[in-house]
Design a protein around this ligand. Structure first.
Ligand code: SAM
Length: 285
């Protein structure tokens, strides 16, 4: 038996669960799951399975569901249980709750009611990917899942291109190649990494430029869960940025609006400045 039953102070305990290998659960997470008065899960069957695997008994304790489409009543009953002096453990489907997972409303409601919010921290694909990908980690911007529509995704990428940080995206394997291709067009030449099936048997990290990874994944679509990491712009530093050259080139291939989006993202320049320059170039022929 790897867990200890304890008396927990009333409050909400956010419990991180494995993103692959089941033994990645922490001993403290097992203690919290064994001790909480109420268990709450994004998927109650997944949590039951995890508890069974680690021999944590439910022993008649309530196991409630809370997910993105939960009604306000589901949030209220957790808040009421905590206000009545109970401890509630919440686990999302995998990894850390609220990291591209449900929990935001629940945490807000418990805080609003003056309840304790704390965690049994543990696995997350975000931290795992960053720690093994080898891209800079001094500044990181986590963007979660981008929109599925191409136009919205490209607009989001153009905004992200302005940020001087390693960008981290979650993406479904079906869309990884399209997302990398858009990132390559909008952000230009940047180093990137594709981290796949972390902590699982077929864990893999591929490195390359965005264009190289886009081509490789178009040829062999990746299987399993994926994290995309994108380094900051290769341009910048002391090098003079060739805005006119980049705009002239882009304007031969796409509309003015698209060219502005692509160039501002690729060079990390404010969209307004690039737009103004594009208008000047157009009017001077
Ligand atoms: N809460 C989770 C966390 O802390 O990482 C993320 C949940 S989100 C719904 C699921 C996405 O996380 C997947 O589509 C993938 O992008 C990423 N992910 C989760 N597990 C992963 C793994 N083992 N390897 C690579 N990516 C993973």
């Amino acid at each position: 038996m790897n867990w200890n039953r304890q008396t927990l102070a009333p409050g909400l305990y956010l419990v991180a669960t494995p993103i692959g290998t089941a033994r990645d659960i922490t001993l403290r997470a097992l203690d919290v799951l064994a001790s909480a008065d109420v268990l709450v899960a994004e998927d109650t069957r997944t949590l039951r399975k995890l508890m069974d695997l680690h021999a944590v008994p439910l022993e008649g304790r309530p196991l409630w569901s809370y997910h993105d489409h939960s009604r306000t009543g589901d949030v209220r009953r957790v808040v009421e249980a905590i206000s009545a002096g109970q401890s509630a453990a919440y686990a999302s489907e995998a990894g850390t709750p609220l990291i591209a997972d449900p929990g935001y409303e629940l945490v807000g409601a418990v805080r609003e009611a003056g309840g304790l919010v704390t965690s049994a921290p543990g696995p997350s694909a975000l931290a795992t990917a960053l720690s093994i990908a080898g891209l800079p980690t001094d500044a990181v911007h986590f963007a979660g899942f981008l929109q599925a529509s191409r136009q919205a995704r490209r607009a989001a990428l153009a905004e992200l291109g302005q940020i001087a940080a390693t960008l981290v995206l979650y993406e479904s394997p079906k869309r990884v190649s399209a997302c990398l291709a858009d990132a390559s067009e909008v952000l230009g030449t940047r180093h990137a990494a594709l981290a796949r099936e972390l902590t699982k048997r077929f864990e893999e990290v591929r490195h390359g430029t965005l264009a190289e990874l886009a081509a490789a994944t178009a040829e062999t679509p990746p299987k399993g869960e994926c994290v995309i990491l994108i380094d900051r712009s290769i341009q910048g530093g002391t090098e003079e940025v060739d805005l006119d050259g980049a705009l002239q080139d882009a304007l031969t291939k796409m509309s003015l609006k698209e060219a502005v989006t692509a160039v501002s993202g690729a060079l990390g320049l404010p969209r307004r400045k690039v737009y103004q320059r594009a208008l000047d170039l157009k009017s001077s022929g």
